[in-house]
Design a protein around this ligand. Structure first.
Ligand code: ATP
Ligand code: MN
Length: 465
């Protein structure tokens, strides 16, 4: 083969210098043709679009071509020529074809199009080669990048919070234990309890459910920080919106009250959706056409309209008076279910909603207590099709109020001595929130199941790949 620098298909499809010699590499999507000429559709992951390779059968042996089947990987050197068909400008007239890897049609699972999403989950190692998952995973990248860009442009610092933690105090969800103890021969104390002093860290440790508590330590020094990392919840909830391992973005900002926090959440979400519309056009259009005909319209709508802001109490009143039938009862004090959240967003207001000031019993210990003694300065951002996409709050900055509340919840304040030190030394009003990255991905891709927006989902009884 001639040695020419490889061109990515995304770049190639922009070029108009017909006559140029091109090297292109990728996986065969289809090969079809007649006895004179074959057409190979090639994809290299750089775009959802394929480049067409035109193969003049007079120049190649049948033996050489017959292994070029769906899924095989090839390297083509050829001439960029103007395309006869509509849709794209150029195609490649093949001069040489090198076979990198074959894919036996008898066993390669991605033969024809139109596999179910359920089946594709069983072959998660190969599904990135489909148009659908190529689009979703490219968008995952762009959204990750946009998140860092947004905060960097605003002067926030990216803080790396630990994955292994000794605090299970946040109560955000059931935790996975991290241990090196021999589970077949667990060391016991005299009382028969597990002797964690023999464990790796000399104490019981878990995978983190949230980076918030450490994020607050950062905010109390750096002003504005954000985390973006994996979080783990051993909740046995088999829903289309929960994963056992998911990624969370958690800004935490000194001197913010809940209103600043809501402004940040709304601006951040709109920025990310606008970024997707501007930078992922082909992929979004594909997902719109294939899965969700209202996707582009919905994204544009959310960017263009103010979110509704109201209190939990007002929200519950609307739900109670709605006359709608819910699976779970709704009353003041109830933890709102996805069906309630979606009713407010989709049926009542018809736009995103930020609910604030929840009953303190259903929210975490660290939220700022309101004067009424009943509610806290929590906020949830509720989105169409998703329900809760963000949960956050203004934090309780007062040492006495915070420790009193913790004690009333039966928490051991000594284990969180380091967290409470922020309230002892130079405490300040501050606020923050957590955005579930995969919930955002559900929204921007229009997909219906969270297992389809992360490359290798972790859910109960599923840790293959
Ligand atoms: P939910 O009520 O939907 O279970 P939560 O209130 O337990 O969520 P938070 O502790 O507030 O969640 O976490 C912040 C954000 O992280 C949520 O708003 C959501 O976007 C996301 N999130 C929470 N749990 C999960 C999960 N199991 N899988 C994916 N994302 C999640
Ligand atoms: Mn929440």
């Amino acid at each position: 083969m001639e040695t020419i620098r490889r061109t990515k298909i995304s770049d190639l499809l922009q070029r108009e210098d017909f006559g140029a010699t091109i090297s292109v590499k990728g996986w065969v999507r289809t090969r079809r043709g007649n006895k004179n000429v074959n057409f190979i559709n090639l994809n290299d992951g750089s775009t959802i679009n394929n480049i067409q390779i035109v193969v003049d059968l007079a120049s190649f042996s049948e033996d050489h071509l017959k292994v070029i089947t769906t899924g095989s990987c090839i390297h083509v050197i050829g001439t960029l020529v103007e395309s006869q068909g509509q849709g794209q400008k150029g195609e490649i007239q093949a001069k040489e074809i090198e076979i990198y890897g074959t894919a036996d049609p008898a066993t390669y699972p991605l033969q024809k199009k139109g596999h179910s999403l359920e089946f594709l989950r069983e072959i998660a190692h190969l599904r990135p080669r489909t148009n659908t998952f190529g689009a979703i995973f490219r968008m995952r990248h762009h959204m990750s990048f946009a998140i860092h860009k947004y905060f960097n442009d605003k002067g926030f610092y990216y803080l790396h919070t630990p994955i292994i933690t000794a605090s299970d105090a946040e109560g955000a969800g059931a935790m996975f234990q991290a241990t090196t103890l021999n589970l077949n021969n667990i060391p016991r104390t005299e009382e028969g309890k597990i002797n964690y002093t023999e464990d790796f860290f000399g104490r019981q440790t878990n995978l983190t459910v949230s980076g918030q508590l450490e994020g607050e330590l950062g905010a109390m020094a750096l002003g504005g920080v954000y985390t973006f990392g994996p979080t783990f919840r051993a909740e046995n909830s088999n829903t289309p919106r929960h994963l056992a391992e998911f990624w969370m973005i958690e800004p935490e900002v000194a001197f913010y009250d809940i209103h600043d926090n809501m402004d940040l959440a709304e601006d951040f979400l709109k920025y990310l959706i606008r970024y997707a519309l501007d930078n992922c056009k082909d992929d979004i259009q594909f997902l719109n056409d294939m899965f969700d005909k209202e996707l582009v319209e919905r994204l544009n709508f959310v960017v263009a309209n103010d979110f509704v802001r109201l209190t939990y109490t007002e929200g519950v009143k609307i739900l109670e008076e709605s006359g709608a039938k819910f699976e779970f009862p709704v009353y003041w004090g109830a933890d709102l279910q996805s069906e309630h959240e979606r009713y407010l967003v989709e049926n009542h207001f018809k736009r995103p909603v930020i609910l604030t000031d929840y009953p303190k019993e259903i929210k975490s210990f660290y939220m700022k207590q309101n004067e009424d003694g009943k509610t806290v300065r929590g906020m949830d951002v509720l989105f169409p099709k998703i329900g809760e996409i963000i949960g956050g709050s203004e934090r309780e900055a007062d040492y006495d109020k915070l420790t009193k509340h913790m004690e009333s919840l039966g928490m051991d304040i000594n284990t969180l001595w380091w967290y409470l030190d922020t309230r002892r030394f130079g405490t300040a009003p501050h606020a923050g929130f957590g955005l579930g990255f995969e919930r955002l991905m559900l929204f921007v891709t229009g997909m219906a199941n969270i297992r389809d927006v992360i490359p290798f989902p972790r859910t109960p009884n599923n840790a293959e790949f």
